[in-house]
Design a protein around this ligand. Sequence first.
Ligand code: 13P
Length: 256
Amino acid sequence: MKFRKRIIAGNWKMNKTVSEATELAVAIRQELAETSDVDVVLCPPFTALAAVAESLEGSTISFGAQNMHWEASGAYTGEISPVMLRGLYCHYVILGHSERRTYFGETDEIVNRKAQAALASTLRPIVCVGETLEERESGKHIEIVAKQVHGSLAGIAEADLKNTVLAYEPVWAIGTGLTASPEQAQEMHACIRKELAVLCSQDAADSVRIQYGGSMKPSNAAELLAQPDIDGGLIGGASLEARSFVELVKIAKERN
Ligand code: 13P
């Protein structure tokens, strides 16, 4: 089996002022500054990116944005471009989070445009997919997520796909305290990897890291990360406190 370095990313969503974000980044850095066997990524809101970047300077911890526009510049009031993110030395950008899809009308086509634009700016996209509870109960969850994978990643070249991270986030598990069981998550991760092989190549599919997201916390992470196709976590609530986030990274390290 191909080695895939684990990746734990904190999606802080619309939380943390600049000073709170700095405090959290500094606290995480104190514990994880030299972590090299797990990729650690902090995704604060746009307003705190520069401050977090400064707090992380000289450490191995990366940072990323939670969204972006696909154009480099122009009349798009309120939007942020990939070029601007690169200007802050951002490494990653979360795209197509279910909250963006649900509240801001993002479609697979929009996510695809954004993913292409991110890669063209050498940003690594973390592309989110996942089904709602209704979709799972209808038994069509595998089909729905497969469609999201194909739609969001259409036309991406093999080398670029290898720089892309996927995040499987069942919508019903986000912020609810409900977690997919390790078996449910593994089943979907394996299907996503299979679709990546269809979309691109087996080699790319074996290289891409697929994170699980949805109420992941220190008490359930070890079991999830023990699954062969779960390569990390995209963490919401448990990333807002240094202690739980650091603990998650340590658990991922043990599972390497
Ligand atoms: P929670 O960890 O709060 O469920 O959020 C998951 C998520 O949406 C990460 O992007």
